[in-house]
Design a protein around this ligand. Sequence first.
Ligand code: GAR
Length: 210
Amino acid sequence: MKNICVLVSGGGTNLQAILDAQSRGEVRGGRVSCVISSKEGAYALERAANAGVKTRVIPRKEYADVAAYTKAVTEALLEEKADLVVYAGFMTILDEQIVKAFPYKMMNVHPALIPSFCGKGFYGLHVHEAVLQSGVKLTGATVHFVTEVCDGGPIILQKAVAVKNGDTPETLQRRVMEQAEWELLPKAVSLFCEDKIKVENGRAVVEEQL
Ligand code: GAR
């Protein structure tokens, strides 16, 4: 069984989706062994505790810079013997140290169709604000491997979601979560744990599609 460590910063609905899939037997070959939060008091920590999962808090504000913070998170993940690291609403930038320690062993869920609406500054509701501002009619979610390029790693799974008249960033965020993120992330986690994702020439090849 692979050890899945989940990094969180906030509400943790994507963490919940993984935990729910796990309790339905839909995460094959792995189990969530630890949840690490960058913020004290994040609701995601309660979700983990309710599921009986070990939690650790590594507060971003206690570290002087990105390098020191990345070192602390990397060391914690090595201690936890993480086989897969999942960024599930983890709102803190880490540097290349962690990518070297966990090459193609970290995945992130992003609330848009990469390569649109991604990169620095595109996180949480800001993504959906930018989508509405642009007038596109389709958005969605992407699960991708984490590399040193922000939101630039090999794409594992994507799903499109309609933008509707009268949407606010909040209504759109909710639809993208319900229709895409909460389905894609547990699926990608299971595929990884079943060794069904390979990276060839910088692109992810998934054995079994949705
Ligand atoms: C999710 O929409 C996730 O895709 C997004 O933040 C939200 C976290 O919600 N992540 C990013 O924007 C990362 N660039 P959650 O804490 O309820 O899972």
